[in-house]
Design a binder for this molecule. Structure first.
Ligand SMILES: Cc1ncc(COP(=O)(O)O)c(C=O)c1O
Length: 454
């Protein structure tokens, strides 16, 4: 079997300064050439090697006392942190002997960013890839996949029809020439976020509030990112986790299955890798509030200034978020109000990607709204950030709520051949601890294999 270029292990993605000096140099050089395979060593929350890429939101924007810290994913190679789970799943698959670089075509079931990450990683590792995604996502996503040399296999619908992509993937997986980086069901996604994102979230709150994390907020697509909260809970006993869904597609809260406009989240299922034991709240955010909020941040410089945000800060915010990032911010504001959090409390949330893949979403908003002037933007600022209410929050700590979530998981996964006993094992926290402990094994193996390649 042909060997595959080996990149960083989990510890090195967390702390790139642990890499041997030659890889540190190589990762700096690779920043100038997107297609340099040494960009594998740039899969980290710490692009400069030491500091987590994040923003502490101005209180003039959030209107709450709690500190809302957004970890920013746009600097990752391929433009979103979803490249991390894509690489983790690829390298684990190779180590486990499941991927043969000479034989396999890699499949990426996705609504976009994971698919972009899969194609990108496959390109760096010189393997063919196919992204299976809905046919109605933002145009920028398809272009990126094609630019990275990936093929597209489109299934009908939008974001909330991602289940169709999953069905298609499972059909293709029967053919031995394919290997699927199945983000909704494979544990490397969990391990990447619990280890790399979880520890990075702790670094992100250094020097802010009480330097602890009171609340972790993430809108699940695959629910990989939510695993960071699992790590935070082991460090801060007061830490709670809020999972956010589109109001229009509230599958976890009440089985809702409508269409919505927040790309990357709300995939009409409880994913296999979602540790629902640790989810404390479900929160709904309206898709239009997220899109309008993005428009205000992107085009509402004057509005932001009128509301007390200084020019430089407002300009810096402009490109930082995509629609799901705004959704996470709005949910953080909602929860800060609901829990009456103070200026000692930190909320950590995510911007999976940046504005660069949402031009077409704002063009669509302009078509729908016809007039978007100063007064309209001002009204949107008041209705979204400033005026966020505390409706549509459901605590799910109780046994009945957990049972409902497990039932949702069963109805989503038994049909793909998973055994009831496997799903039942997930009801025990030990399942998740065991899954996480494997990080150590992969850390050691990745490092050993890389040394052998020299
Ligand atoms: C833009 C965007 N936001 C949020 C998410 C959800 O992240 P996760 O899959 O880790 O739950 C995704 C996932 O693809 C995404 O692309």
């Amino acid at each position: 079997m042909k060997s595959m270029k080996i990149g960083p292990n989990y510890d090195e993605m967390l702390n790139p300064m642990q890499l041997e000096e030659k890889y540190q140099k190589a990762r700096e050089l690779a920043k100038h050439d997107e297609f340099d395979p040494n960009n594998l060593f740039n899969i980290t929350w710490k692009p400069n090697g030491t500091d987590v890429h994040k923003v502490l939101l101005p209180k003039a924007l959030t209107g709450v006392d709690a500190n809302i810290i957004v970890m920013l994913g746009k600097h990752f190679p391929s433009g979103s942190h979803k490249v991390g789970p894509a690489y983790a799943t690829m390298i684990e698959g190779y180590i486990d002997g499941l991927i043969d670089p000479e034989k396999h075509t890699i499949l990426g079931p996705s609504t976009g960013n994971f698919g972009i990450g899969v194609t990108y990683i496959s390109h760096l590792l010189k393997m063919p890839s196919i992204v299976i995604m809905p046919d109605n996502m933002s145009a920028e996503r398809y272009k990126r996949i094609k630019d990275y040399g990936g093929q597209l296999m489109l299934t009908p619908g939008t974001e909330s029809d991602v289940i169709l992509t999953l069905e298609k993937t499972h059909k293709l997986m029967k053919n031995p020439k394919y290997y699927a980086l199945a983000q909704f069901e494979l544990m490397p996604n969990y391990r990447f976020h619990r280890h790399v994102t979880g520890h990075s979230a702790i670094s992100a709150v250094k020097g802010i509030g009480n330097e602890r994390v009171r609340l972790f907020v993430s809108a699940p697509g695959s629910a990989g990112t939510l695993a960071a909260g699992d790590h935070l809970k082991t460090k801060f006993n007061e830490c709670e986790i809020a999972a956010v869904e589109p109001y229009e597609c509230s599958t976890l809260m009440n089985g809702g299955r409508g269409q919505h406009k927040i790309e990357g989240i709300g995939d009409k299922m409880c994913t296999l890798i979602h540790n629902v034991l640790n989810t404390d709240y479900l929160v709904l955010i309206k898709d239009d509030d997220s899109v309008k909020g993005l428009k205000v941040i992107y085009d509402g410089l004057e509005i932001l200034k009128e509301n007390g945000i200084d020019h430089d800060t407002a300009m810096a915010l402009k490109d930082m978020f995509g629609v799901s990032g705004i959704c996470n911010i709005l949910a953080s504001i909602k929860m800060a109000k609901k829990l009456k959090l103070t200026d000692a409390d930190n909320i950590v949330t995510m911007a999976t990607d940046g504005f660069d893949r949402y031009d077409s979403v704002l063009i669509d908003l302009e078509k729908r709204e016809k007039t978007i002037n100063h007064a309209v933007l001002s009204q949107w600022f008041d209705a979204t950030f400033k005026g966020m209410d505390t409706a549509d929050i459901k605590p799910v700590k109780d046994a009945l709520s957990k049972e409902q979530l497990f039932k949702q998981k069963e109805s989503d996964w038994l049909k793909f051949g998973y055994k009831k006993s496997y799903l039942d094992a997930m009801k025990d926290p030990a399942f998740w601890e065991e899954a996480y402990q494997k990080v150590e094994y992969y850390n050691t193996t990745i490092k050993t294999l890389r040394k052998e390649q020299i």
